[in-house]
Ligand binder design. Structure first.
Ligand SMILES: CC(C)(COP(=O)(O)OP(=O)(O)OC[C@H]1O[C@@H](n2cnc3c(N)ncnc32)[C@H](O)[C@@H]1OP(=O)(O)O)[C@@H](O)C(=O)NCCC(=O)NCCS
Length: 166
């Protein structure tokens, strides 16, 4: 016997597909307008769509994150966002954990993010590091940002050799 459809759906974390790209951009740019994160042009999301995972709920994209490989032992979590209506339900944590396990599976030992949400990342086992300890390559994104050079985003990093907290 199948389940009845009357049960409320559960958000699902899955790899992004091409059709998700406009919704990812809308979500990211919504928070970029609030200066919480960097805006992303459509072309850039299409080019790196294989980096992206999304949270889908009732057919809508309600969360996103991307894992961008930087170097042999370093990847960045980018475009992490959960729509306000779905925040504080553990979806941000799921997205970060999924990115970290992807990195671990690829043999990448460390994952960093540039963020204003330091407390959120701290809860997931990340710690602050001076931006100067990250490869200079990160500035290629920064110089395209309207906040450059007066940005007070904080660099946080974790080792994914072991399971992130919780
Ligand atoms: C940051 C963000 C992704 C968190 O998503 P979320 O789904 O609300 O997070 P979760 O529910 O998984 O939270 C995990 C833990 O972090 C805590 N947390 C979430 N947001 C937090 C915040 N802003 N400050 C401190 N703690 C926070 C939660 O309370 C929870 O802690 P608990 O386990 O003790 O209950 C979301 O607030 C968001 O999209 N913000 C706007 C965009 C943004 O700033 N992105 C980050 C760019 S790097």
């Amino acid at each position: 016997m199948g389940r009845k459809n009357t049960q409320s759906s559960r958000p699902v974390v899955r790899k992004a597909v091409i059709a998700d790209v406009p919704a990812i951009q809308k979500l990211v740019n919504h928070f970029a307008e609030k200066r919480r994160m960097l805006s992303r042009p459509l072309a850039q999301i299409y080019e790196s769509v294989r980096d992206y995972i999304v949270v889908e709920d009732e057919g809508a994209v309600v969360g996103s994150a991307a894992l961008h490989v930087f170097w042999e032992d370093l990847a960045e979590i980018r475009a992490l966002a959960v729509v306000e209506s779905h925040q504080k339900r553990g979806l941000g944590r799921q997205l970060v954990r999924k990115c970290c396990s992807q990195a671990r599976r690829m043999g990448i030992g460390r994952v960093f993010a540039l963020t204003f949400e330091v407390e959120f990342f701290r809860k997931l086992g990340f710690s602050e590091i001076p931006k100067s300890e990250l490869p200079h390559k990160i500035w290629s994104d920064c110089i395209r940002c309207p906040l450059f050079p007066d940005c007070d985003e904080v660099a946080v990093i974790t080792s994914v050799g072991k399971q992130p907290h919780k």
